[in-house]
Design a protein around this ligand. Structure first.
Ligand code: ATP
Length: 610
């Protein structure tokens, strides 16, 4: 895969100068247009392809870049043109940041409508004021060699390649990995410690900056810009073409540029109305979205990846472990490598709660030893409209224990995890971490950063990431040094038998993805992990292997585990204590065998299975 990419870059490095100097000027002009349009398509590929946000205003950001370059070139004709183009990108970025911050809490149709509104508003403003130089008929003439078509060709393609290299580096960084996490699911991203609103705004601002660069280049290529180039409709057509071609990749952006430039030319020569071409592009984009496999370039890359990893191990290996398997290295213990900062006293007041329906004896919760529970949950109450999903539920999760939370479907188990990890807006009761109250007042991301990590019943690890990339992102939420993180990742990979770091997550089967999600929780040096049905999707042998590993998590990672699981064999193999919920209330708790042997549990849940 890597060699294919390197080969592609080498081919480009040779082909572009040759084409630039040998082709007739007309073709050089068209190919320069491909690069400029490709830059705008790449900005859409970032926002829509990587971040999953439908943007209908990328041509408006291009207009801001074009307007800025036009104004600067008229005021300062001898200015180095590349510098002006950079100024165009810089001018568009704040507009993107402002929209990104204002829309941080929305996505989907609402987000698309906001961007369309911005595009329409800017279109009106531009129609009133026009672009600099148009009134007097003074065109932008790029200073120096860039005024010539061949010089401009070199500038446009250099800009596209530099944008790609910058996005490639960003994509491998924590920010880029976080874009994929946000696209996969904002809840799951927050559970990884990602600042969702900030990451979205930054991504949108980056996209705006790139579109601004494209618009700045358009000013140099056209000389005089007209508003018809930057209407909301052209933004929509750019989006359609970018989606069809898969512009989250360099090849897709180039293809989108080629479609935009050559399709109208071909249709014109064939005497076919341009609208027919637009309709064909729209149908193609619709088909791409319907299939959900990405645009043309993304599908090609997926096919190449499938081939490259055809012989690789793509499942977790969960055979029996040797007692010292995970901790084979003499490295530092995985946790608590970083001390957990104290939780500040909450500024919001927590409503007083009455005593829990069933309260745990002090000896069982560990309170008698004076060691505070890792998580002390008291009187947790959650209502969905008229449904009381949790009713005064209390549970103490002690250091060193694996504790099961079991009960029939609809008992409130997932709601409990959502409430403790901060994913529900209105929750009654209190949660303390390591004896410090106020944990329940923190937002979800902050709870993850403080060391309470979770997995989801329906796992969705980061789109487009590799196993290694996902784990790096998951480990990055803690303020410790790189080598400690790398060591935690190494231990978790070995402990859970994960496939190679370069394997794309999308190639893993459902069960292996869930195990990867567990690893993501563990590499963050958590104080407690809450695992929601982690064995779903695994075969019989793997389930046994996972149960054994879950039992050993406290010993290897110094973190307490709350396990939700319907398979009682798995539960008995993995846990020491259990709390049984039914209809949102605790009906039994204590040592696992005793709790599961309670008559109410056997009658209401196990149906004689005990
Ligand atoms: N978003 C929601 N809106 C309304 N009701 C909900 C919502 N989520 C859960 N519920 C209800 O709350 C109750 C508890 O649901 P929850 O998903 O927590 O149960 P569970 O024990 O995790 O079930 P399962 O084992 O099937 O996952 C159920 O009656 C469910 O229908």
């Amino acid at each position: 895969m890597r060699s294919v990419e390197l080969g592609g870059w080498a081919l480009l490095a040779v082909a572009l100068p040759v084409l630039g100097w040998l082709l007739p000027v007309y073709w050089v002009y068209l190919l320069a247009s491909v690069a400029v349009t490709g830059i705008i398509a790449r900005s859409i590929g970032l926002v829509t392809g990587r971040l999953g946000l439908i943007t209908l205003c990328q041509m408006s950001f291009a207009a801001i870049g074009g307007w800025t370059v036009s104004a600067l070139a008229l005021a300062w004709p001898a200015a180095p043109f590349p510098l002006l183009v950079l100024a165009g990108g810089a001018a568009a970025a704040p507009a993107g940041l402002a929209i990104g911050l204002a829309t941080a809490r929305i996505r989907g149709v609402e987000f698309a409508i906001v961007t369309l509104g911005f595009a329409a508003a800017l279109d009106l403003v531009l129609r009133q004021g026009g672009f600099p130089g148009v009134g007097t008929g003074t065109p932008v003439i790029p200073h120096g060699p860039f005024a010539e078509p061949r010089g401009f060709f070199a500038l446009a393609w250099t800009a596209l390649v530099l944008v790609q290299l910058a996005l490639g580096a960003l994509g491998r960084s924590r920010v880029g990995l976080a874009w994929g996490a946000v696209r996969s699911g904002e809840r799951a991203a927050a559970a990884l410690g990602v600042r969702v609103a900030r990451v979205k705004a930054l991504g949108f601002a980056t996209g705006a900056c790139i579109a601004g660069l494209g618009g700045g280049l358009l000013a140099g290529q056209f000389g005089l810009l007209t508003t018809s180039v930057f209407t909301p409709l052209t933004s929509m057509m750019q989006l359609v073409t970018a989606v069809l071609c898969g512009a989250s990749l360099f090849g897709g952006a180039v293809l989108a540029g080629a479609f935009s430039v050559f399709l109208p030319e071909l249709l014109r020569r064939a005497g076919i109305p341009l609208d027919v071409g637009n309709a064909l592009l729209a149908v193609g984009a619709f088909d791409v979205l319907r299939r959900g496999r990405g645009g043309l370039a993304e599908q090609l890359r997926a096919a190449l990846q499938d081939r490259a990893f055809a012989r690789a191990r793509l499942q977790v290996a969960l055979g029996p472990t040797a007692p010292d398997d995970a901790a084979a290295s003499p490295g530092p213990p995985c946790a608590p490598a970083v001390p957990v900062p104290p939780v500040p006293t909450p500024t919001v007041s927590v409503p007083a709660v009455s005593a829990p329906a069933v309260s745990a004896p002090a000896a069982e919760t560990g309170a008698a030893s004076g060691v505070p529970p890792r998580l002390a949950v008291a009187g947790l109450t959650v209502r969905y409209g008229g449904v009381t999903a949790l009713d005064e539920v209390s549970l103490s999760l002690m250091a060193g224990e694996v504790h099961a939370l079991v009960g029939p479907n609809g008992a409130g188990k997932s709601t409990f995890v959502d409430a403790v990890t901060g994913f529900l807006p209105e929750v009654g009761g209190t949660v303390a971490l390591d004896g410090v109250s106020g944990f329940d007042a923190l937002p979800a991301r902050e709870r993850a950063v403080r060391g309470v990590r979770r997995t989801f019943q329906h796992a969705r690890p980061v789109d487009g990431a590799t196993v290694g990339g996902f784990l790096r992102l998951a480990a990055a939420g803690r303020p410790d040094a790189g080598p400690e993180r790398a060591e935690r990742i190494r231990v978790a990979v070995r402990f859970l038998g994960l496939p190679g770091a370069d394997v794309p997550v999308r190639l893993l089967d459902a069960g292996s993805r869930r195990v990867l999600e567990i690893a993501g929780a563990l590499v963050a040096a958590p104080r407690a992990v809450l695992l929601d049905e982690p064995a779903a999707g695994l075969g019989e042998a793997e389930r046994a292997g996972l149960a054994e590993r879950v039992r050993r998590i406290p010993e290897v990672f110094d973190c307490a585990v709350l396990l939700i699981e319907h398979d009682m064999g798995f539960v008995r193999a993995a846990v020491s204590r259990a709390t049984v919920l039914d209809d949102g209330r605790v009906i039994a708790h204590g040592a696992v065998d005793r709790a599961l042997a309670e008559p109410r549990v056997i009658a209401g849940y196990l149906g004689g299975e005990a």
